[in-house]
Design a protein around this ligand. Structure first.
Ligand code: NAP
Ligand code: FER
Length: 336
């Protein structure tokens, strides 16, 4: 057994927005694996905003990457060599730590087999994977929609946001999506059937939210934080729920920005604000996955992917993700 592996490692810790020079392509040879491990040939790599946090030294739910470490990340791949009785050559698997590389040597404790009949395999890191689980549990468990609720979602055309809006429609809500380009806004209104859209780069978010939700926002699924969220939360309805899923507008700041104070709106409306990490719901992923797959098969849920070809393009694509260049779930197609 001998695999020549090309991998992308962290060369410098990014300051502000990451740059191409923060990453480096390195080759290595994999010649041995232990009992309980397999070699996975990566087919699809998922690029997700949380990876920016792993590149910093700051304390987080997981240890930060060290310089020289392969960039960790979710991926889908094929077992090409197995030293574990539960896995055989050809099994299609998904794992959250397979990383930005062509071949991963990994313990089978850290991967799962995919049911390839459910949907195209890359959905295991998308609608049926971490982003899908985030939308499902974040909306249903954290924000608790009631039919007729006004639901606002930011980063609405992205991996998580596009699903949140569609799930809220399934739940009988009035959905307002916020996104950063006309093309994205058109897509979520015309194709995903959101009720209203706001282009935060063009529109006055506070005024538009007020116009679309005169009785207030019952649910705000926050993917971005910052000024957009100040404007939405200022319109929160009595007993509104704010699910803090992500704050992408803050991930690349070198200094904390001063913001508006929204606590008064939260207090006087007796609103609740809850941050959540999707891993909290891990034990119930299989239940959610089954439901999501059923909605997918009936066409009640659709799913947009933004596919970039080639592992070497991952750094550039990741930088684009931080700047809104992706349109839909960002994936790297590493191999056929
Ligand atoms: P995504 O929405 O597919 O991609 C990120 C999008 O964020 C960009 O396309 C861009 O769209 C928007 N954006 C970037 N910079 C922005 C800024 N300064 N202000 C406003 N919008 C900005 O990414 P995703 O994977 O679905 O993740 C969305 C959010 O969910 C992220 O904050 C992520 O960290 C979070 N998340 C949290 C969990 C959890 O467990 N809590 C799990 C998964 C994801 P526009 O063109 O619309 O600006
Ligand atoms: C994410 C943003 C942040 C995410 C996880 C985190 C899984 C966790 C951050 C931390 O613990 O510091 O999109 O997705």
């Amino acid at each position: 057994m001998k695999y020549t592996n090309q991998k992308i490692v962290l060369k410098n810790r990014p300051v502000g927005f990451p740059s191409i020079n923060d990453f480096e392509i390195v080759n290595e040879t994999i010649e041995t694996i232990n009992y309980g491990e397999v070699i996975v040939k990566i087919l699809w790599l998922s690029l997700d905003p949380y990876m920016r946090g792993r590149m910093s030294e700051a304390k987080s739910y997981a240890l930060p990457l060290q310089l020289g470490d392969v960039i960790t990340g979710g991926a889908v791949g094929k077992v090409v060599f197995s030293n574990c009785p539960k896995y055989k050559q050809g099994d299609i698997v998904e794992g959250f730590t397979l990383g930005w590389q062509e071949y991963a040597k990994i313990s089978t404790n850290n991967i799962r087999k995919i049911d390839t009949n459910l949907a195209p395999i890359q959905t295991a890191v998308g609608v049926l994977g971490m982003p899908g689980m985030t939308a499902y549990f974040g909306l249903f468990e954290v924000c608790k929609p009631i039919p007729g609720d006004n639901v606002v979602v930011s980063a609405a055309s992205g991996a998580v946001g596009q699903l949140v809006g569609q799930l809220a429609k399934i739940a009988g809500c009035n959905v307002i999506g916020i996104a950063g380009t006309e093309e994205k806004c058109k897509y979520i209104k015309k194709i995903l059937n959101f009720d209203e859209v706001i282009n935060y780069k063009k529109d006055n978010v506070y005024k538009k939210v007020k116009e679309y939700c005169p009785d207030g926002v019952n649910i705000y699924f926050d993917n971005v934080g910052g000024k957009i969220s100040d404007d939405v939360i200022s319109n929160i309805a009595p007993f509104g729920r704010i699910g803090v899923c992500g704050v992408i507008s803050q991930y690349n700041l070198t200094e904390m920005e001063a913001g508006m104070r929204v606590q008064r709106a939260v207090l006087t409306n007796q609103a609740s604000v809850e941050g959540f990490l999707v891993f909290r719901f891990e034990q119930r992923y299989p239940i959610a996955r089954k439901r999501m797959a059923s909605w997918l098969s009936k066409g009640q849920l659709i799913w947009k992917e933004d596919i970039v070809n080639g592992l070497d393009k991952a750094p550039e694509a990741f930088i684009g993700l931080m700047k809104g260049k992706n349109f839909g779930k960002l994936l790297i197609k590493v191999s056929d």
